[in-house]
Design a protein around this ligand. Structure first.
Ligand SMILES: [Zn+2]
Length: 159
C-alpha cells in the first residue's frame, strides 16, 4: 500500500487499509519468496506517531543447508512498526512510502541462518562407495603412500 504521509497526518486517527498480492522475489541464492505474497496493511497517525501494521502471508522455497534438497514452507508474519514524521521524511523524501518495502524487509529478516527441511534432517545420506572413496581407502592402507600423505598434511597446515 502506498502511504501518503501528509494525508495520514491530515486525517489523524483515520485508518488506511489495503490488502494486496505482491510478486515474489529472490532473497539469497538458496532462498526465494514465491508469488503471491499476501500483504494486509493498516496505517494511521496518532499522537505524533505513524503506526504501520502488516500481516504478511507467504511461501518460501529454500535449499536445505544439510541435505541440499529444495523444500517449501508457508509462513505468516505480523509486523508492527512506529515512526515519527521526521523519520519517515528522512527515509522517504518524496512524502510517500510503500508498505511493500517494509514487508520485503520483514521477510528477509525472518529467513533463518540455517535452513533446514526438517529439524531432524540428517544431511547427505551415505549412498555407497564411489570411485573417489575407493581411492581414499587404498590411500589409507598402502604404506607406499604414507610419505605422500605426510606431505599433503603438511601442505594443508601451511595453507
Ligand atoms: Zn534437509
Amino acid at each position: 500500500m502506498k502511504i501518503d504521509i501528509a494525508l495520514l497526518v491530515k486525517n489523524a486517527l483515520e485508518r488506511f487499509e489495503a490488502q494486496e498480492e505482491l510478486n515474489g522475489f529472490a532473497i539469497y541464492e538458496d532462498a526465494q519468496a514465491l508469488s503471491p505474497i499476501r500483504l494486509h496493511t493498516k496505517a494511521w497517525y496518532e499522537q505524533q506517531i505513524v503506526h504501520v501494521h502488516l500481516i504478511i502471508e507467504y511461501r518460501l522455497r529454500m535449499v536445505c543447508s544439510r541435505c541440499l534438497s529444495e523444500f517449501e514452507y508457508e509462513d505468516k508474519l505480523v509486523s508492527k512498526e512506529k515512526f515519527t514524521i521526521e523519520q519517515l521524511a528522512t527515509m522517504h523524501p518524496s512524502g510517500i512510502f510503500n508498505s511493500m518495502q517494509l514487508a520485503r524487509e520483514a521477510i528477509i529478516l525472518k529467513i533463518p541462518m540455517k535452513k533446514l527441511c526438517e529439524s531432524t534432517c540428517e544431511g547427505l545420506v551415505y549412498k555407497g562407495f564411489t570411485e573417489e572413496w575407493e581411492d581414499e581407502i587404498i590411500f589409507e592402507g598402502n604404506p607406499h603412500f604414507d610419505k605422500l600423505k605426510e606431505l599433503l598434511e603438511k601442505a594443508d597446515k601451511e595453507v
